[in-house]
Design a protein around this ligand. Structure first.
Ligand code: PHE
Length: 450
């Protein structure tokens, strides 16, 4: 045991950890999902509810997972095993590993679409083209989507194979600043377009008419997904923290950066969508149908389109590496595999698992599971059931089994600016589990009954 602890890699700087965890958090969830959900749920009204969910639910769970990782220095399965010896709680860690596996398999497919659009924007987005049809054509083909999915999984596995410091930390230290700069360029372009003001007011003036139980549900679900919570990614990254790191501050940095980038993505997207007279409420197609149309119409659109899709692909890569790291850390810690072998093997298996979602839009488009195609089915189980369930069980474990008191003592072991005070206890013990139980019930009800 002792030997094993000494060998564990650690982030070599605090910034390295923050960027890695923020890189995990900032992803398709911020740039693809957050804007389209905001677009369909009343703009600023959704934003407000989302921010409340981030503070009351996201932050406490972030503190919990980071602490569990730091204290145990283990992957999610090992972390639960160590904190609750000889119990079945390690199964919650196992659920996390499975969730990471499933999310990555379709996340990589969507990231592959982004790579495709990145290349397409170089060759030029034609003004007036039917982008809905073009998107449909791309996803219903087989060769190209699988090709880009393969490239994306290859890049992900290559980073993970290189290790925590030489792989993950090095990648995020280069990629995160680039992402930030590209996003700033896009915001500048978007808000200076003629007619941008209407988009700004949509984004900033709340319309509570669209708000309902579904909004609450989406806000809480989005908080989990966007912060990479509920499946042990933060436990895993936390496990590479050295003992002298404070949790309250690190957790606040990660939550803050993720929220900042989601909000910035809205500023890059809505003013442009409105300036060109397009609909902000198109749903998942916002990024791949509406935005290419937006870029095709604006001056230097090919350039900005390219910038956008590079940024989207980078955000996806820094998240996908954290998903693969959960799976790899588990086999490395618990089954003594070599990191390289684990990264390659799991990369290939996850790639193969992602093929059915690709085929679901083409040759297998007859497949339906309660009205969902294959990708949506994976997405439903992973994001709407497994992630919240993992978050629920983690909160119950931390709040009631390990105890909230002990957890925050551990979080506060090293002094920082933010002290995790007694406000933490009722949140992790009651608010988080109850809120999540409600969203799981709503999700199950809407799909199977409603
Ligand atoms: N947070 C990532 C995003 O917003 C997705 C993710 C979920 C990554 C869970 C890791 C774990 O895109």
């Amino acid at each position: 045991m002792k030997k094993d602890l000494q060998q564990r890699e650690h982030w070599s700087t605090r910034l390295g950890f923050i960027l890695a965890a923020a890189g995990s958090a900032v992803g398709l969830g911020n740039i693809w999902r957050f804007p389209y959900v905001t677009g369909t749920q009343g703009g600023a009204a959704f934003l407000l509810i989302y921010l409340i969910a981030i503070i009351l639910i996201g932050y406490p769970v972030m503190v919990t997972e980071m602490t569990m990782g730091k204290v145990t220095q283990r992957n999610p399965v090992g972390a639960f095993k160590k904190l609750a010896e000889d119990t079945s709680w390690y199964l919650v860690g196992g659920l996390g590993v499975l969730t990471g596996f499933v999310i990555l398999s379709f996340y990589s497919v969507v990231a592959g679409w982004s790579l495709h659009y990145m290349v397409e924007s170089i060759t030029g987005l034609a003004a007036g083209a039917d982008y809905e049809a073009l998107f449909g054509e791309h996803i219903s083909s087989v060769g190209l989507p699988i090709f880009y999915h393969a490239i994306f999984m290859f890049m992900t596995a290559a980073v993970i194979a290189a290790g925590v410091v030489k792989g993950i930390q090095k990648a995020v230290k280069t990629l995160m600043p680039i992402l930030f700069v590209l996003l700033v360029i896009l915001i500048f372009r978007s808000v200076t377009l003629e007619g941008a003001a209407e988009g700004l007011s949509f984004y900033l003036a709340p319309d509570f008419g669209e708000v309902g139980i579904g909004t609450l549900n989406d806000a809480i679900g989005q908080a989990f997904f966007t912060l990479s919570l509920g499946m042990g990614a933060i436990i895993t990254y936390g496990s590479y923290l050295s003992k002298d790191e404070n949790i309250g501050d690190n957790a606040a940095w990660v939550v803050g950066l993720d929220t900042l980038i989601a909000i910035m993505a809205g500023f890059a997207i809505f003013p442009a969508v409105f300036a060109l007279g397009l609909d902000p409420a198109t749903g998942p197609g916002l990024t791949f149908v509406t935005l290419p149309a937006v870029f095709s119409e604006m001056p230097l659109g090919s350039f900005f389109g390219f910038v956008f899709f590079v940024m989207l692909s980078i955000s996806a890569l820094t998240s996908s590496i954290s998903l693969l790291e959960v799976v790899v850390a588990w086999i490395v810690d618990e089954h003594n595999w070599a990191r390289k072998k684990a990264a390659i093997f799991m990369g290939v298996v996850i790639f193969l698992t992602g093929i059915p979602p690709v085929l679901g839009y083409g040759p297998w488009d007859g497949f339906e599971f309660f009205g969902m195609d294959i990708l949506d089915t994976y997405d439903f189980f992973a994001d709407s059931i497994f992630l919240p369930l993992g978050g629920l069980l983690t909160a119950v474990f931390a709040g009631h089994v390990y105890t909230a008191r002990k957890l925050r003592d551990k979080a506060n072991e090293v002094e920082g600016k933010i002290f995790v005070g007694d406000w933490f206890d009722p949140l992790i013990k009651y608010v988080v589990p109850i809120a999540i139980a409600v969203i799981i019930s709503v999700n199950l009800y809407t799909v199977f009954i409603g």
